[in-house]
Design a protein around this ligand. Structure first.
Ligand code: MEV
Length: 332
């Protein structure tokens, strides 16, 4: 007789946006790449009906039972941090038409609230692990669409780019509401991520751009369109293996994001430090307002750019492409 699955674990990658953030919310294209930082989620069955969630990296835990939340550790903010994970679990249970209690353990090496898609990666891994435990076969398409539902509870009007790339991996030109098409990049994209260590809220930054757009449509709409055009030109540059062109386009993109009011002093400092150290291009990545920037480098400038980012006060990390997207396995 086959043994039943006792535990399932899934991993899902973080991402960087090479160009097109914010404009992508308004249906312009963006280029996004999954990177080698991952969220890991392990799910196991409980003997009761509660959903217990513990996030090691956030330092919070709690139990949901009969519509009530009971705090484990992490204080007043714990519930709002754990709610999106609970929603991902509940939506997967609903889809599988099952009712049962689960323990959910989240561990992640993705910096949180830093523009690298941590919440989406956790949602994607949670759904995949829960689906596996329930022995429900979930396609990547399904995982991605449930994760989008969870993302909606974290950010107000997400474009879906984070859950998309975390599910599928690789590098792509993403258009909101369209099917995934991987991008054939001829060039070896070497990126240094600089983390300002300033946390921020994607929802608030997206709202800020929306409000600016409402207030000055004739000024802001062309900026958003221009960002979309940058993404198209950058996709061509990638396909032609033209890294210098890609770097220039990234610089222009940062200028336009600055114009939209989503850069910050800390981000600008890291961007300028990286450029001075010889990066081909540097820009903020993700929602901005803090969080991370990226610098496109050639191998000979890698160390110099890393050091420059550190000296300017940031945490520097090398980002490699992740081609696999979400992965799931059983643990008996
Ligand atoms: C999120 O990583 C980037 C934004 O474009 C928001 C979104 O696309 O949902 C700022």
């Amino acid at each position: 007789m086959e043994e039943s699955t006792l535990k399932a674990t899934a991993s899902a990658p973080a991402k960087i946006i090479l160009c097109g953030e914010h404009a992508v919310v308004f249906y312009e294209p963006a280029i996004v790449m999954a990177i080698d930082k991952q969220a890991y989620v392990t799910v196991e069955a409980r003997s009761d009906q509660a959903i217990y969630i513990k996030s090691r990296n956030l330092g919070v835990s709690g139990r949901y039972e009969r519509g009530r939340f009971k705090l484990g550790v992490g204080g007043g903010a714990a519930k709002s941090k754990l709610d999106p994970i609970r929603i991902a679990v509940e939506k997967t249970l609903e889809l599988a038409e099952k009712k049962m209690g689960l323990n959910v353990l989240v561990d992640s090496d993705i910096p949180v609230a830093a523009g690298l898609g941590s919440s989406a990666a956790v949602a994607v891994a949670t759904i995949a692990a829960t689906g596996k435990l329930l022995e429900t076969s979930l396609s990547k398409e399904k995982i991605c669409s449930i994760a989008y539902e969870a993302e909606k509870t974290v950010h107000e009007q997400p474009s879906g780019i984070d859950n998309y790339i975390s599910t599928y991996g690789g590098i792509t030109i993403f258009r909101r509401g369209e099917k995934f098409t991987p991008l054939e990049a001829r060039a070896n994209v070497i990126l240094v991520i600089g983390n300002t260590k300033v946390s921020r809220s994607t929802g608030l930054l997206v709202r800020h751009v929306s409000e600016l757009k409402e207030a000055y449509p004739k000024v802001i709409n062309p900026i958003i369109k221009a960002i979309g055009r940058i993404s198209v030109s950058a996709a061509n540059a990638l396909q032609d293996g033209e890294l210098k062109r890609l770097g220039e386009l990234m610089n222009v993109n940062h200028g336009l994001l600055y114009a939209l009011g989503v850069s910050s002093e800390e981000l600008d400092q890291l961007v300028y430090a990286a450029r001075r150290a010889g990066a081909l291009g540097a820009k903020l990545t993700g929602a901005g307002g803090g969080g991370c920037m990226i610098a496109l480098v050639t191998p000979d400038k890698l160390e110099k750019v890393r050091r420059a980012i550190r000296r300017a006060g940031g945490i520097a990390m090398l980002a490699k492409k992740n081609d696999r997207g979400v992965q799931v396995w059983e643990e008996k």
